[in-house]
Design a protein around this ligand. Structure first.
Ligand code: SF4
Length: 113
């Protein structure tokens, strides 16, 4: 029995829409439906435009204020210039986020230096 083509085209369309959304910071910010002032909105949009596309959804999840791990992950990634591989190599045990950085990035318990 052949696979229904309707499902294929619907899934493809959904995937294309999600990809298009991730590429457009303005649309992504609109879809996040955050309660922001105009000034805050312009700052968030500027930050979204500066970061790699792959981290935009996590950043917006952090701004909603309901996901601490997303906030830690985003902050550490910003701190390390959006280089994911650098976060586990952080050399600042004095940072209050240091014990949480690995769990926030790769979901594993952290080790102390
Ligand atoms: S734990 Fe390290 S990477 Fe994360 S914010 Fe602190 S200094 Fe930056």
């Amino acid at each position: 029995m052949p696979t229904p083509r309707l499902f294929d085209s619907a899934a493809r369309a959904a995937g294309q829409a999600a990809t298009k959304l991730a590429k457009d910071p303005q649309a992504l910010l609109d879809a996040a439906n955050l309660n922001l002032t105009d000034l805050a909105r312009s700052k968030v949009l500027a930050r979204l435009q500066q970061m790699p596309k792959a981290f935009r959804r996590t950043y917006l999840a952090a701004l909603k204020g309901t996901r601490r791990q997303a906030a830690i992950r985003s902050f550490c990634l910003m701190c390390m210039g959006w280089q994911r591989t650098e976060v586990p190599l952080c050399t600042d045990p004095a940072c209050p986020l240091y014990p949480y950085r690995l769990a926030a990035v790769i979901g594993k318990p952290t080790a102390t230096p």
